[in-house]
Design a protein around this ligand. Structure first.
Ligand code: SF4
Ligand code: SF4
Length: 410
């Protein structure tokens, strides 16, 4: 039996019954807790699959690891906050739970201005809108919905992390993207129902001297576009560039690498003075996932690894092609894996059935050929069934020169 999350959470969760727990500590978690309180839903706890998010309190509620749920809450009614709802429903079903709810009903009517949040009001508003779109797409399977699109505008980086999940450590001749990037974004937009979040990434996107033109270009394609620039805080931004972002939905996501993020305070000050939304997050630990090697796994094992992967919906646009994740996109760009058209959709080729091809990629449930070259990227490496990496590693360790890898012979 396939369990599904239900829409009508207000009526159901106001009835007496098993404790209510919210699963997945997303950036909009505070809003979901507030919305529950406002609608009379008493939340007893929170859970997440990522170790770095557990053993904390949020709004007085303990965050426990999702695998520990049965111990603390043998019976529970579960609100799934995560954007890939069915994935969490499947996990919880295998743990014996059967009562699941989407927070869509309570989030749709949530008024950000009536509540206080740790993140800025407009940042949280964006996150709620993005969450609402993901949950709407869950209830309407005909939609082709991308919760996010990573637009790689350069493979150059101001840092060289030896375990970069985007494989920047392997590039010997990193490049900026060409001007066709906006055409590719436009072609993608025309053939899907929704892209909730456009993430401008690299490498370090600010290394590309045209980065702001690309950001403005994506913003000007549609005023509804929500854009997040992902930066490592090494490069300050000039005032005239930030001025050109005024009135557009452009946000910054800054990863704080401590001393390595040389200009992070300066960048933060500039964003503040231009009233541009940002989120600054300490780098924390990483799950090792950057080795490129052929595993020759059975289809069954690759399917398990894909199911456990946290990055399989990090849709990535690189050199005009749409991929499901940063690993396959960069491994392909590096020519470290063989060309297999099943791994991507070429957005620049003249194609009659582009929507159909994108739909196949976005709704993939098994795995991609490129997955066999990946160690896996599970939410939690300690509980993953198929994973060949080293587990949790210290983030941001630098390499002096590009790391070696085996190129595919053509
Ligand atoms: S800062 Fe490190 S992790 Fe981020 S893109 Fe550059 S090399 Fe990769
Ligand atoms: S290659 Fe497959 S398993 Fe690896 S990150 Fe991408 S989708 Fe996940």
């Amino acid at each position: 039996m396939i369990n599904k999350a239900k829409y009508n959470c207000i009526k159901e969760l106001n009835k007496k019954g098993a404790p209510v727990v919210i699963v997945a500590v997303t950036q909009e978690i505070e809003a979901i807790i507030n919305a529950c309180n406002e609608n009379g839903i008493k939340v007893e706890g929170l859970s997440d699959n990522e170790t770095r998010k557990v053993n904390k309190k949020i709004k007085g509620l303990d965050v426990i690891h999702t695998t520990s749920l049965p111990k603390k809450f043998p019976k529970a009614r579960l609100i799934i906050a995560y954007h890939n709802i069915q994935e969490i429903v499947d996990q919880l079903t295998s743990m014996g739970y059967e009562d699941f709810y989407s927070p869509l009903e309570i989030l749709k009517n949530y008024d950000v201005s009536k509540h206080e949040h740790n993140l800025s009001q407009s940042y949280i508003k964006n996150k709620i809108l993005i969450s609402v779109k993901s949950h709407e797409a869950y209830f309407d399977e005909s939609l082709v919905h991308l919760r996010s699109l990573d637009i790689v505008i350069t493979t150059k980086c101001s840092m060289k992390c030896e375990s970069c999940a985007n494989l920047m450590q392997y590039y010997t001749s990193p490049q900026n993207t060409d001007d066709k990037i906006l055409t590719a974004v436009d072609n993608l937009n025309k053939n899907v129902d929704e892209i909730s979040e456009f993430r401008i990434i690299g490498g370090e996107p600010l290394v590309n001297k045209n980065w702001h033109k690309i950001v403005n270009g994506v913003a000007e394609q549609d005023s509804n576009h929500k854009i997040f620039v992902y930066t490592n805080g090494t490069i300050p931004v000039k005032d005239d560039i930030l001025k050109s972002f005024h009135g557009k939905n452009i946000n910054f996501y800054i990863t704080d690498y401590g001393k390595l993020s040389l200009n992070i305070d300066k960048l933060e000050q500039s964003l503040k003075s231009h009233k541009i939304n940002y989120y600054r997050r300490p780098v924390g630990n990483w799950v090792d996932c950057s080795s490129i090697r052929k595993h020759n796994r059975s289809p069954k094992d690759n399917a398990i690894m894909f199911k456990e992967c946290c990055a399989k919906q990090f849709y990535t646009l690189l050199s005009g092609k749409l991929y499901t994740c940063p690993f396959i996109s960069n491994a392909y760009e590096l020519k470290a894996i063989p060309n297999n058209p099943m791994d991507y959709v070429d957005l620049l080729e003249n194609n009659e059935n582009l929507r159909g091809k994108i739909k196949r990629l976005v709704k993939m449930e098994k795995f991609f050929p490129g997955c066999d070259y990946c160690d896996g990227r599970p939410y939690d490496p300690t509980t993953a069934k198929v994973y060949d990496g080293k587990g949790l590693i210290v983030a941001g360790k630098q390499t002096q020169s590009p790391m070696p890898f085996k190129k595919i012979e053509t």
